[in-house]
Write a protein that binds this ligand. Structure first.
Ligand SMILES: [Zn+2]
Length: 303
């Protein structure tokens, strides 16, 4: 796969002029409805790294916000507070404690019963991130069989001893044998839709709206539930220029061989310094000669 790097850190404050319509549904709102600014990477992760001026209609923004907020608050909320991620909440109003869920599990780690929430100072929590590990997008795997693309939870924790100590305390208190702590529960469909939305917006920012036939619109707008056909994991060599110090690595390219040949793919990796999974999101079919387009814009794409 030929990929181009865009370094979000260096791109702070990048502004993309309005494409004139919504980058998701392509409609031009009839006044008084209007277009709103759209963050390619949510503000809560990448601040104002890449922003479309007047990039989204209000209706699409509302649809997206429902799942995006869940990802940012429930799945990544505690982690974001721990790393002091960008937040629109004033510092004094930011929560200092987190509600953490515990459960009793059997020897194989299967859930037995929920043990409720404990309120714990965020400063006392181990740094923990929960994401989802996925097989490659199904459209690029000719031998895929139905339901083989669920993937599995992926966790990072920098201090397992602290977690074990908390679990032991809850075990003693509740008379349970094995206790596990839930780290930022992942709602898989919401997280995958969030990946689709981010990849699509990134591709439009890099290439424009008329350069590819989008595959993700129905997924982004909640009209299609088969998400893993286009949203999966990336297992190739690290895309050129990947840097662990970035908050997000984002790359766009086009598969030059294999079953995904000709499809435009965005590779995304959040918080790469933690060894997190890289995602491969098929954003669409190229309508032009991608190499010519990239070359015209001065991109470093091998021919
Ligand atoms: Zn729209």
């Amino acid at each position: 796969m030929k990929l181009r790097e865009y370094d979000l850190e260096k791109g702070q404050g990048r502004r993309i002029p309005s494409p004139g319509g919504c980058i998701y549904c392509r409609r031009v709102p009839i006044p008084p409805a209007k277009l709103t600014n759209e963050h390619v990477i949510p503000f809560a992760i990448g601040a104002n790294a890449i922003v479309f001026l007047d990039g989204s209609c209000e209706e699409c923004a509302r649809t997206i916000q429902r799942y995006e907020q869940e990802v940012l608050l429930k799945q990544l909320g505690n982690f974001r507070r721990q790393i002091d991620a960008p937040s629109r909440t004033k510092p004094k109003k930011r929560p200092t404690h987190a509600n953490v869920s515990f459960k009793e599990v059997d020897d194989r780690g299967q859930d037995l019963r929920h043990l409720g929430l404990r309120t714990i100072p965020i400063a006392n929590l181990a740094l923990a991130l929960s994401l989802w590990q996925l097989p490659e997008p199904r459209i690029t795997r000719p031998s895929a069989i139905p339901d083989d693309d669920n993937g599995r939870p992926w966790y990072y924790c920098d201090d397992k001893e602290t977690v074990q100590k908390l679990c032991r305390e809850v075990a003693e208190e509740t008379g349970s044998k094995n206790v596990a702590m839930e780290i930022g529960a992942v709602n898989r469909p919401h997280f995958l839709r969030f990946l689709a939305k981010t990849a699509h917006a990134y591709a439009v920012a890099e290439l424009g709206l008329d350069v590819f036939e989008p595959t993700l619109t129905d997924i982004i707008l909640n009209r299609e539930d088969d998400i893993s056909k286009y949203v999966g994991g990336y297992y190739g060599p690290p895309p050129p220029g990947s840097a662990p110090e970035n908050l997000v690595n984002a790359h766009i390219g086009r598969a030059v061989e294999g079953p995904g040949k000709g499809l435009i793919t965005v590779a995304l990796q959040f918080y790469p310094s933690l060894g997190s999974p890289t995602y491969s999101v098929i954003v669409g079919k190229s309508l032009i000669d991608m190499n010519e387009h990239a070359f015209d814009q001065g991109y470093d794409v091998a021919r």
